[in-house]
Design a protein around this ligand. Structure first.
Ligand SMILES: CC(C)(COP(=O)(O)OP(=O)(O)OC[C@H]1O[C@@H](n2cnc3c(N)ncnc32)[C@H](O)[C@@H]1OP(=O)(O)O)[C@@H](O)C(=O)NCCC(=O)NCCS
Length: 157
């Protein structure tokens, strides 16, 4: 498998059904790391807004008409204590299994970070489960470093 024929483009409204299906793949990939995820009707993203909002860029990687990768960046206001007014928040990072490890997520990250840079964004954040080794590895190779650690206490219900 290689990335020959890969087209990287902004997502459009017609992609919506494919994107809704891929959102479930991201959620399923994360189930082993979070037992609190709903078994059904779990959703992460406002896909329509990510497509239409000028403050976000949702891109898809397409091969032979099939979407094989996704990712978005959204310009969000930052906390007042921080030296940057806005930051880029990244999410919906997904690469179809047969295309993993080929640098496709890196291509997506490069596109999204460049788009943010053109809008004077210098700081980029994302959330990832600490046990999601392949994702952590991919982000670290791109230059991301662990920052805030979310801690969780789960009581018996
Ligand atoms: C996380 C994910 C998007 C990474 O996509 P990818 O296209 O395979 O990542 P890349 O090939 O761009 O990886 C970049 C680097 O990380 C490395 N890497 C990726 N997966 C790896 C793995 N399983 N083991 C070791 N290294 C890995 C790659 O070798 C690459 O390094 P290189 O450039 O030196 O070769 C993909 O694994 C995925 O879709 N996972 C399921 C959904 C998910 O968990 N999303 C993340 C939510 S936060």
């Amino acid at each position: 498998m290689n990335l020959d024929g890969l087209i990287l483009r902004e997502a459009k409204t017609a992609d919506y059904p494919s994107l809704v299906a891929l959102e479930q793949k991201v959620i399923d990939a994360e189930r082993p790391y979070n037992e609190s995820l709903k078994e059904k009707d779990a959703y992460y993203y406002d896909i329509e807004k990510l497509i239409s909002d000028p403050d976000s860029r949702l891109v898809v990687g397409e091969v032979s008409g099939d979407i094989v990768a996704t990712g978005y960046v959204q310009v969000r206001p930052s906390k007042p204590a921080l030296g940057h007014d806005n930051h880029g928040y990244l999410g919906f990072m997904y690469v179809a299994e047969q295309y993993r490890g080929l640098g496709l997520n890196k291509v997506i990250l490069q596109d999204l970070v460049s788009w943010g840079q053109q809008r004077q964004v210098t700081d980029f954040y994302l959330d990832v489960y600490v046990e999601n080794n392949s994702a952590v590895r991919a982000y670290e190779k791109f230059g991301f470093r662990g920052s805030l650690l979310e801690m969780k206490l789960k009581l018996e219900s």
